[in-house]
Design a protein around this ligand. Sequence first.
Ligand SMILES: C[S@@+](CC[C@H](N)C(=O)[O-])C[C@H]1O[C@@H](n2cnc3c(N)ncnc32)[C@H](O)[C@@H]1O
Length: 278
Amino acid sequence: MPPDFPPLSALITRLRAAGCVYAEEEAALLLAAGFTAEQLAVAVERRSAGFPLEHILGWAEFCGLRIAVERGVFVPRRRTELLVSEAARILRVPLAAAEASVATASRAPAAGPIVVDLCCGSGAVGLALATLAPGIELHSSDIDPAAVRCARRNVLPVGGYVHEGDLYSALPDQLKGRMDILAVNAPYVPTRSIGCMPSEARVHEPRVSLDGGRDGLHIQRRVTGQARSWLRRGGHLLIETSRHQARRTAAAMAKGGLRTRIVHSEELDATVVVGLRL
Ligand SMILES: C[S@@+](CC[C@H](N)C(=O)[O-])C[C@H]1O[C@@H](n2cnc3c(N)ncnc32)[C@H](O)[C@@H]1O
């Protein structure tokens, strides 16, 4: 470690005093980030002030991958790995293959199943799926230009397409009736609950990435209302939701003409509703 760098123990003490629960891990990541001493000082200052670690490092770990995450873009959550594993199960690929197949995913020619990551944020879900299942035709889309820019960094190198716009209106018409997997982690926090979220989310992630309207299901209902016409027969819609919203998410999907089931992971504290177009 260069002499002008603070020792690991000092960083840990500083981060712990600022309330970082995982001070040891975070200090080690900051020290290994390749910052100059000056940049490291700014990074520690920011982290102590509540900036998300991922925005400081410029990446988040997701499904064993490093996903580029820029400031002002939603940080992919560990719980969303359930959305990926359920989609991977439907595509018949094991989740453990993610890291191993990074190399083969790059620029794989797309001829396989059509996978759409709607409300893609950084593009993490689509990238993880393209890594697990090289050869899928991946389309990722988001309404927020900052998210789209970030998703392009993650998704273009694996041969995916990134679109900008409001839900389905962003997608090419040729995808209608042809999607195999429509994976969606749209905002689902009820508007009144946003004020109770940790400041890392409330202050540093855009409102459009969190706010699901009055009961949190506003965007989900817009997704389920049209999903049937975009899926092929036998295609699946998967939506991340919360445990207590799951039955309403499933009801919206059923109303949209899909056969539904609810999947929950205690380990990830995650819930996904899966709908099948018969
Ligand atoms: C909870 S974040 C999830 C991002 C990403 N799927 C993930 O899991 O990391 C929701 C994303 O939905 C996008 N979004 C919100 N409303 C949208 C809309 N009407 N059309 C497309 N994207 C939308 C936001 O910009 C944000 O990136």
